[in-house]
Design a protein around this ligand. Structure first.
Ligand code: NDP
Ligand code: MG
Length: 384
């Protein structure tokens, strides 16, 4: 079956790799919608190559340029996501790929789920911030989420219809570039150092999150919602080679693992072709070359973000949204060199401490909480 797809965040790291997967399977997909924010040049190139019906752009300056450049093509350029549900319906979509970074990626995913359109989800923030709302919508419309995040894709592929016998999940983490630094050295880490990830090549925000282990924390919350496993039974394990992408533990003592090279195109392809599994020409794993696979306990003293995420997840309700928003701002401040590396967990923790959880909320309320946490985070930084 040929799938009509929308690729949201097509100019990013996941977006570009998704298009590489599509190039491998040209007859299986029609790109109907692409979207970007500030990278006009790349978005323009993609528009000319894939000839989508719509290009959605969320940055005003980019919009003006694209509208002019694409005026002679039968491609509609739209500013902002207000009309996104209408556009989804017009192009008769089979799958939306949610690959925008940060909380900005949530509304377009929720809009797809509301319409009963399946989503291949890279944007973990959707689940972390709005997990309860996502579940509510899925119950109503039956839309599926197929995980793109490599760990969750691994778990998804290791769940072989024996979900009731699952006793736990082991989520692997590379440990980031600073695994072996002393606490003193961690205080001196710069954005340039943090952006140099040992095994994965990713967008800036998630690369910093990998260095603080916040990415693993967000993934634990993501796994809790996606696979209905209690936090007590989800553990993170450091695996520097990034070959085992995660594991499912079963009550009979079996452990099922998914192995592969650290190449996001593999989980992206599985999410796109699901329920089918297809061949591709990407490099394949040779275990004789890798030789050793190590597994180590994460150091939560040096990397407090992991426990902050567990805490936010266990408290639940609006707390994961606060964790996410405060972290987005803290990472931004670190990238601008306004705060140090170890100030990231400090700021996030302080914002969490100030938050009074709300037990009944809709998406609009979550947006308010998100906004509050961002402002609070900046205020705390100003007092530092
Ligand atoms: P990038 O920073 O590389 O790309 C982000 C994409 O989102 C770009 O297309 C960017 O547009 C767009 N974007 C940024 N801000 C906005 C905004 N305010 N409104 C609309 N669009 C926006 O990120 P990644 O590709 O690395 O990550 C995307 C998502 O996937 C994240 O949620 C991340 O956690 C998740 N993920 C990524 C992995 C990876 O290997 N990269 C692995 C697992 C999950 P532009 O560039 O044009 O400004
Ligand atoms: Mg991941």
């Amino acid at each position: 079956m040929v799938k009509n797809i929308a690729l949201l965040g097509s100019t990013g790291s996941i977006g570009v790799q998704t298009l590489e997967v599509i190039d491998e399977h040209k007859d299986d997909f029609i790109v109907k919608i692409i979207s970007g924010h500030k990278n006009v040049q790349r978005l323009l190139e993609q528009a000319l190559k894939y000839k989508p019906e719509y290009v959605i752009v969320t940055h005003e300056k980019s919009y003006e340029i694209l509208k002019k450049e694409l005026s002679t093509f039968p491609i509609k350029v739209i500013l902002g996501e207000k009309e996104i549900a209408k556009v989804y319906q017009e192009v008769n979509l089979d799958l939306v790929i949610g690959a925008i970074s940060g909380a900005a990626g949530i509304p377009s995913v929720l809009a797809a789920l509301e319409l009963g359109i399946d989503v291949a989800l890279a944007n973990k923030e959707t689940i972390v911030v709005a997990g309860n709302i996502v579940k509510r919508i899925q119950k109503k419309t039956g839309a599926k989420i197929i995980p793109v995040d490599s760990e969750h894709s691994a778990i998804f592929q290791c769940l072989t219809g024996h979900e009731k016998a699952v006793s736990g999940l082991l989520i692997t983490a590379s440990g980031g570039p600073f695994r072996n630094l002393s606490p003193d050295e961690l205080h001196k880490v710069t954005p340039e150092m943090a952006l140099n990830h040992p095994t994965w090549s990713m967008g800036n925000k998630i690369t910093i999150d990998s260095a603080t282990l916040m990415n693993k924390g967000l993934e634990i919350i993501e796994a809790h919602f996606l696979f209905n496993v209690a936090y007590e039974n989800i553990n993170a394990i450091i695996h520097p080679q990034s070959i085992v992408h995660s594991m499912v533990l079963y009550g009979d003592g079996s452990v099922l693992a998914h192995l592969g090279l650290p190449d996001m195109r593999v989980p992206i392809q599985y999410a796109l072709t699901y329920p089918e599994r297809k061949n591709n020409s990407f490099p394949k794993l040779d275990l004789l070359k890798i030789k050793e696979l190590e597994f180590l306990k994460p150091d939560t003293e040096k990397f407090p973000c992991l426990n902050l995420a567990y805490r936010a997840g266990k408290i639940g309700y609006t707390m994961p949204a606060v964790l996410n928003a405060a972290n987005e701002i803290a990472v931004e401040l670190f990238m601008q060199k306004d705060i140090g590396f170890m100030d990231i967990p400090k700021l996030v923790e302080e914002v969490m401490q100030k938050h009074e959880i709300v037990k009944e909320f809709d998406f609009k309320d979550l947006l308010e909480v998100d906004k509050w946490a961002r402002i609070e985070c900046k205020k705390i930084k100003d007092r530092m």
